[in-house]
Write a protein that binds this ligand. Sequence first.
Ligand SMILES: NC(=O)c1ccc[n+]([C@@H]2O[C@H](COP(=O)([O-])OP(=O)(O)OC[C@H]3O[C@@H](n4cnc5c(N)ncnc54)[C@H](OP(=O)(O)O)[C@@H]3O)[C@@H](O)[C@H]2O)c1
Length: 318
Amino acid sequence: MTLHRILVLGGTGFIGRSIIARLAAQGVRVSAPTRRLARARALMPLPTVDVVETDIHNDANLAALIKNQDAVINLVGILHSRGGNPYGADFARAHVELPRRVVAACEAAGVTRLIHMSALSSDGPAPLPSMYLRSKADGEQAVMGSALNWTILRPSVVFGPDDRFLNLFATLQRFAPMMPLARARTRFQPIHVEDVAQAFINTLERRETFRRGYELAGPRVYTLRELVRLSGQRAGCARPIIEIPDMAGRLQAMILEALPGPTLMSLDNFDSMARDNVASGPIAPELGIDPIAIEDASVDPVAVRQQRLDQSRGFARR
Ligand SMILES: NC(=O)c1ccc[n+]([C@@H]2O[C@H](COP(=O)([O-])OP(=O)(O)OC[C@H]3O[C@@H](n4cnc5c(N)ncnc54)[C@H](OP(=O)(O)O)[C@@H]3O)[C@@H](O)[C@H]2O)c1
């Protein structure tokens, strides 16, 4: 790799950890800022990775992080926000203002290579159905309007041992006697986290990916109903799935959003599912990946998660 120093914003998350592990394996010096050091525990043993606790929404901090980097990867993203039109303040800050500020800081520092993480369907026809997608679309505009050598990657749902999507449905089925499911026919094309990470690595140095956006999707299309059944089967707790109308689904999402503790699902997540989350064509050859399907993943993500939960309960009892 000719890029020796890379800043990964959002690198402590589910996808970022896989990307950074691959960069570190190639000896790349990685800077990984976080709001809380505890979030970066998995990255700390990696010898070429510098974890920094800092506020990347502060321009001086961002400029200091970007200075002397060969490339920047921006993965920062959130799933929930306060309400607003066209999107709430949290989405505006993380998905739109931050990319604008990253672009400005890269331009000021002379860092020309930027890979920006968006989401499948955010470049779809208006009106986009959710605040999440609308804010992702405006973040893309900020990147595309720059003079940088940007690449935008837009994955469908990403699966892996720590994913939020399949694991959420497995968890719900563990505790509920049945699965009332709205938008059961919405289609998804899940992609494995390691395929996403490899696409980022391959893209970094490929000039043909400069100033282009790419969809990232797996080899198979599933309805939401099929994915829920699959996650239940893999967790050993498949429940009967009862399709419910949209109105009841909205109510269900509102209740889940209002529950105390971390938000499992929001009304905005429900709105995102008004559209299929499926790629418009085969994966672009220049991304250099041949994605695997959920059934073909050598490690079953739901089983791994369950094993970890069981282990931590075992420790807690000792
Ligand atoms: N996972 C999927 O299925 C999927 C599908 C399509 C697109 N994407 C996109 O891929 C990206 C990564 O997703 P992920 O699943 O890896 O997310 P994740 O596990 O939730 O990680 C999010 C990352 O963003 C950082 N972050 C979150 N809010 C922030 C804020 N307000 N200010 C600064 N940093 C913030 C977090 O850093 P700290 O908490 O350490 O500060 C963390 O490193 C996101 O942009 C997401 O929209 C994901």
